[in-house]
Design a protein around this ligand. Structure first.
Ligand code: NI
Length: 172
C-alpha cells in the first residue's frame, strides 16, 4: 500500500514555493522512497515533493535515458536553458485527466544533489529535459496549466472546474 497519496489540484500546497533542503537526513531518504513509490503506483515519470504535501525542493524522475533510469535530485537548479524550444504534450499526476501541449526549452543543464549528497550535473535533452523542467516548476508553485495560452486554458476550463468541484466536495 502506498504510504502517501498524491495531492490533487487545486490544493493550495501545489502553489507554494518550496524550501531548500538544508540537511539530507533519514527523513529526506524516507520521503524520496515514498515519492518513488507514489510515482510508480500511478506509472508516472516524475514527481515533486509538494505533490505529496511536502514543501521541500526534491524531485524524482523515472525515465530510461543514457546510463540511468531513476533519479532523485535535491535542491535542483537549471543552470542552462537552450534557446531552442520544443512543444511536447504534458500531463500531471496532480491534474488528472488533462493533457496539453506545452512549449519549453529543448535542452537544459541541471545541477543538484543526489541522495548521497554528492553534487551532480546532468545534460538533459528530450523527454528527460521536459520532465525536469515540469518538476522544478512544481517546486516554485507553478503547474503546467499555468504555462498555457489563454485560448488553451479556456479549452480545459470545464475540466478544471470539475476538479475544483471534486476538491471542495472532498475538503472538510
Ligand atoms: Ni506535475
Amino acid at each position: 500500500m502506498v504510504k502517501r497519496k498524491i495531492i490533487v489540484y487545486p490544493d493550495p500546497v501545489l502553489s507554494l514555493v518550496s524550501e531548500e533542503v538544508t540537511e539530507i537526513d533519514e527523513e529526506t531518504q524516507e520521503l524520496i522512497k515514498d515519492m518513488f513509490e507514489a510515482m510508480d503506483e500511478e506509472v508516472g515519470i516524475g514527481l515533486a515533493a509538494p505533490q505529496l504535501g511536502v514543501s521541500e525542493r526534491i524531485m524524482v524522475v523515472s525515465i530510461k535515458e543514457k546510463n540511468f533510469e531513476r533519479l532523485a535530485i535535491i535542491n535542483p537548479v537549471i543552470s542552462f536553458f537552450s534557446e531552442e524550444t520544443v512543444v511536447i504534450e504534458e500531463g500531471c499526476l496532480s491534474i488528472p485527466g488533462i493533457n496539453m501541449d506545452v512549449r519549453r526549452p529543448a535542452n537544459i543543464i541541471l545541477r543538484g544533489l543526489a541522495r548521497s549528497g554528492r553534487l551532480v550535473e546532468i545534460n538533459a535533452t528530450g523527454m528527460l529535459a521536459r520532465v525536469i523542467q515540469h518538476e522544478i516548476d512544481h517546486l516554485d508553485g507553478v503547474l503546467f496549466i499555468d504555462r498555457l495560452s489563454y485560448k488553451d486554458k479556456k479549452a480545459i476550463e470545464a475540466n478544471l472546474q470539475a476538479l475544483n468541484k471534486q476538491y471542495s466536495a472532498a475538503s472538510p
